[in-house]
Design a protein around this ligand. Structure first.
Ligand SMILES: [Zn+2]
Length: 258
């Protein structure tokens, strides 16, 4: 078990959250990694922090998120270090968003309301009928459900009852295909779908009132096909990855025609 392999910890420490805490000059050593501060003591892993100033406010919140992320790490003996939910075939921003969603750290309306921010309406910006929380906006909103349904149909996989971010986080229901490349590609598509739904939702929120309905009525499924093709084909380097196969039989790109 390579707990101190720098790959995951450097990524976590340098690029996701810790850097911002360091920039705020809260950490005594601005060049330290998480691996320098996450230590094994008396058989338990835990933080051994060295704050010059105790993080407060936003830094404290980022610190909490960091702890959630570290606690979500799945390290498996005799395998390279990795994040169970991390998918190297989609961009970092998509993975980071997945983690934010998994830890309910996205600024959806219920979270803003919990922080005491005055919100005009608690209703979902897309369907305008139910309160927006993470599971609603990512899965249960009727318009979002329709998007998921199209993605599953495209892949020829029966649409499961997805009702929580944990399902995506654990990725178990997403990765039931026999071929591990197919499973990883499909998992990547699911992460891109989450990211695309959140982008869609944000475009509605930030649009002028007279433009909101037009954006709500958009069908983002084709964007998901295009983005996932561009991102995954660029990274996974599998032979036979072309657009026509991608839209007609995506499993075939990994040589697993079913
Ligand atoms: Zn909704």
């Amino acid at each position: 078990m390579k707990l101190h392999s720098p790959s995951v910890f450097q990524f976590l420490g340098r690029h996701v959250l810790f850097l911002r805490i360091c920039i705020d000059k809260k950490e005594n050593n601005p060049n330290c990694y998480i691996r320098d501060r996450w230590v094994l003591a008396n058989g338990n892993w835990g933080g051994c922090w060295s704050w010059r100033i105790q993080p407060r406010g936003r830094s404290a919140s980022e610190h909490d998120t960091l702890l959630s992320i570290i606690n979500g790490l799945s390290l498996v003996s005799e395998e390279s270090d990795g994040w169970k939910c991390w998918n190297s075939w989609v961009p970092r921003k998509v993975n980071v968003f997945n983690w934010r969603a998994l830890n309910d750290r996205t600024p959806h309306i219920s979270n803003l309301d919990k922080r005491g921010i005055d919100i005009h309406s608690l209703l979902c910006p897309i369907c305008e009928t139910e309160v927006e929380d993470i599971n609603h906006i990512m899965f249960n909103c009727p318009k979002v459900k329709a998007v998921w349904s199209k993605c599953y149909d495209w892949w020829g996989i029966p649409t499961p009852e997805i009702s929580s971010a944990i399902n995506i986080g654990s990725s178990n229901i997403m990765v039931q295909e026999g071929n591990k490349d197919v499973a990883k590609i499909f998992h990547g598509v699911c992460l891109v779908t989450l990211w695309a739904v959140w982008s869609w939702r944000n475009r509605v929120v930030h649009a002028l009132n007279e433009c909101k309905q037009k954006i709500r009525n958009e069908d983002i499924f084709s964007q998901i096909q295009i983005l996932s093709f561009l991102w995954i084909s660029n990274r996974c380097k599998l032979i036979g990855f072309n657009w026509s196969i991608w839209v007609n039989n995506p499993k075939a790109v990994a040589g697993a025609i079913t």
